[in-house]
Design a protein around this ligand. Sequence first.
Ligand code: PMP
Length: 427
Amino acid sequence: MSDLRRDFPAFDPAPDGATPTAYLDSAATSQRPRQVLDAERDYLERHLAPVHRGASAAVGLSTTIFEDARATVARFVGAGEREIVYAENATDAINMVALGIADASAALGGASARPLALEPGDEIVITEAEHHANLIPWQRLAAKTGAHLRAVRVDEHGLWTADDLAAELSDRTRIVAVAEVSNVTGYLAPVADVVSLAHARGALVVLDACQSVPHRPTDFGAMGVDFAAFSGHKMLGPNGIGVLYGRDELLDVLPPARTGGSTITRVTLETAEFLPSPHRFEAGTQPVSQAVALAEAVRYLEAIGMEHVARHESDLAARIVDGVAALPGVRIIGPGVGIERAGLVAVSVDGVHAHDVGQFLDDAGIVVRVGHHCAQPLHRALGITASTRASAHVYTTDDEVDRFVDALAGVRRFFGVADVPERAIIA
Ligand code: PMP
């Protein structure tokens, strides 16, 4: 993997030969290779034109480029082209589902009732470990429809099982919304069980795939999920674009959360008829250069191979977990030593606030994420307010994660909370 670091301008050696920063915050946002940056620039310099409007050859070419990008993304995640809707990011994509279901429930937008519409007393099931992006939209949907929001509780490590989920389901469950990979614990959700348990109750599965699509092979069709969401900027791609996946028969009846130009077939002063998916959801001028760059990111990842990416990152996570497990006063959140997890590890350091840990690591040239990682209920369940997370991508090296573990080893001593060995006290 070390050769591919040359593709990333962010890792170019400093002219003064200074030790490079160890970027361990890829779960927040990933670095981008030249191929992706160049693809976006090339489109902007040579092919920029609107899409799906006008009759010029330039528009035709730009539209072809835009739709080809969609096909590339669709292939990458095991979807049909009509099942890939461009959104701003994963947050936006999840909101599109929740807002659309709210409209379907209020019989707006011409949607049929079941399977989308909710009634008072219906249930939406999430887990306590969800990112706020996969929590707050469901709170709003529950408030609008009179549905109840139920949460699968996590254990002392922040984990939950298929049995825990099964215990929260009932015949009133209409939606089960979970992350495939937690952005705090690195836990790999039992998606096959989630799908079969939810479908057995007649509920839809919404998968927050933000931390999985960028890092492991994905086939939404084979998984059988109903909706899924992910972001371009976490998968070596650009900001400003995310993806909503939806089974095409659901997308065709989901009311568009945003309306306006590009979404319609016929408009009168009183009414609008909407195009089929995906165009019914892509209101306004589309994120074309972002789509081009996203497709290039997909090709870049495919050339490496997603199995390879996943293995590389799990190995790095195991290396961190093994190293951190030996440090007194540092608690690993999520799966422990020897247990499979995704390429991110959050820790809590006894007696030192995560923000101080982050500052200490920053001084050592190590970039991590500190805080609640948009998962306050999870942190509350764990009895902490914040944690420190190191996360990897395909370009992350052993040396970088070793620097993280080595620096972490000195944190408690630096802040004066390290356990003092008994011998030292006697002396
Ligand atoms: N879900 C998870 C699990 C995430 O990690 C994130 C990003 N931290 C999101 C949703 C939201 O992604 P975005 O901010 O790109 O919309």
